[in-house]
Write a protein that binds this ligand. Structure first.
Ligand code: ADP
Ligand code: ADP
Ligand code: ZN
Length: 228
């Protein structure tokens, strides 16, 4: 299953990816998470990306492609992957197509998680994640069952992102509408785009996504494309 989750910041891409990962035994490839690791490690790429991320702008396509190149060839991607936060521009989408077609491969589905802009700021400013396993939570909408303990792995250490403030969210939203939303008609024209209602409760969003995914036998068909 090669899946792409598309949606504005705070739509629930990471939340849903985390659930689908376990179900399909495929990794989440989140360029935002990869970039934050580079920043934390103080690598050259991380130093170049840090200020851009603080502003909420897009890191340049070349850096992103260098980071993602080779990642989909790793052993953990043998059953596929979930792309989260990539591609984010027309140039990245084209580079991904080239990368996949050179492996006689293609995306099985692109899921758009639709959420109204006015709710996204509150989603993002209340967001925190487990440092150990990356599970996402929210101060109001999605609290751990036991306060201070991760539901998934039991860790007690949580993290809040520096760019999850109101000002940066607004510029990230503008960037989404300008640079990333134009990918939607592109994938729609290829017949692989499905839009789900991201305003619904987390479990309901998962249900909508599962209903939109091709069945395993369809993915295993000769050319790897879903049977319609
Ligand atoms: P993205 O990866 O698209 O930026 P996240 O998955 O991190 O978004 O979700 C943003 C915040 O909103 C998190 O705090 C998460 O717990 C919360 N959230 C995700 N999906 C929903 C939902 N359907 N309803 C309410 N809150 C949600
Ligand atoms: P969100 O979960 O809110 O959608 P991400 O974690 O995906 O945010 O991304 C955080 C920041 O990292 C973005 O605002 C951007 O600066 C940078 N970034 C992540 N992925 C990409 C990408 N594919 N292209 C360019 N910049 C990216
Ligand atoms: Zn955890």
């Amino acid at each position: 299953m090669k899946l792409l989750l598309l949606g504005p910041p705070g739509a629930g891409k990471g939340t849903q990816a985390h659930r689908l990962m376990a179900r399909y035994d495929i990794p989440q490839l989140a360029t935002g998470d990869m970039l934050r690791k580079e920043v934390a490690n103080g690598s050259e790429l991380g130093r170049a990306a840090a200020r851009i991320m603080e502003r909420g702008d897009l890191v340049c396509d070349d850096l992103i492609m260098a980071m993602i190149a080779g990642r989909i060839d790793r052993e953990d991607c043998r059953n596929g992957f979930i792309l989260d936060g990539f591609p984010r521009s027309a140039a990245q989408a084209e580079a991904l197509d080239t990368m996949l077609s050179s492996r006689s491969s293609d995306l099985d589905r692109v899921i758009e998680i639709g959420v109204d802009d006015d709710i996204l700021v509150s989603r993002i400013t209340g967001r925190f994640t487990c440092r150990a396993c990356g599970a996402g939570y929210h101060d109001v909408f999605c609290r751990p069952r036991e306060s201070g303990v991760c539901d998934f792995c039991g860790a007690r250490d949580f993290d809040r992102r520096a760019d999850d403030n109101e000002e940066t969210v607004r510029s990230r939203l503008a960037v989404y509408h300008r640079q990333t939303a134009p990918l939607l008609p592109y994938y729609a024209s290829r017949g692989i785009l499905v839009t789900v209602d991201g305003m619904a409760a987390i479990d309901k969003v998962t249900e909508q996504i599962l209903a939109a995914l091709p069945t395993p036998s369809a993915i295993d068909s000769d050319d790897g494309r879903p049977l319609e």
